[in-house]
Design a binder for this molecule. Structure first.
Ligand code: DQA
Length: 145
């Protein structure tokens, strides 16, 4: 069972980007933790990051028939991208929205997620742990089906 793990714009900067908000763990470290967690559950993660909306759209579409589910931290595209929302809806895979911070508790423009209505669930506010908790939840959900 493969879970696609997508991170969007500016998340390649984790570790040095506003550490008081996003913490000090790098995206590589997060990915390594997820690989370990997935392995213990007999699953696999395919972790990718892009600053380009089109790349994220292509990867979501390509997940059909290959992946069992998707974790996505779309960064700022979360709040703007109807295209990502449509892609998630079209691929019809269980998708969990992930955020390190709690966007609802921040600036007003972060309070709206374009993706939440087409996602199974959302995990936010636990820093890097949000990814691991989201993976656990998604694997539980898939195992329970
Ligand atoms: C984020 C929250 C977004 O509002 C922001 O644009 C990001 C990171 C998070 O993980 O907390 O880039 O998705």
């Amino acid at each position: 069972m493969i879970i696609l793990v997508l991170s969007g714009p500016n998340l390649q900067l984790l570790g040095t980007r506003e550490p008081e908000i996003y913490g000090r763990e790098t995206l590589d470290e997060i990915h390594r933790g997820l690989e370990h967690e997935a392995k213990t559950r007999g699953a696999e993660v395919d972790c990718r990051q892009s600053n380009h909306e089109g790349a994220l759209l292509d990867w979501i579409a390509e997940a059909r028939g290959r992946c069992a589910g998707i974790l996505i931290n779309a960064g700022a595209y979360t709040h703007t991208s109807i295209a990502l929302r449509d892609a998630i809806k079209a691929v019809a895979l269980p998708c969990v929205e992930v955020h390190l911070s709690n966007p609802e508790a921040r600036e007003p423009f972060r309070r709206r997620s374009r993706l939440a209505p087409v996602c199974l669930a959302k995990v936010s506010g636990f820093g890097a742990r949000s990814y691991a908790l989201a993976l656990r939840g998604l694997l539980d959900f898939l195992g329970a089906r």
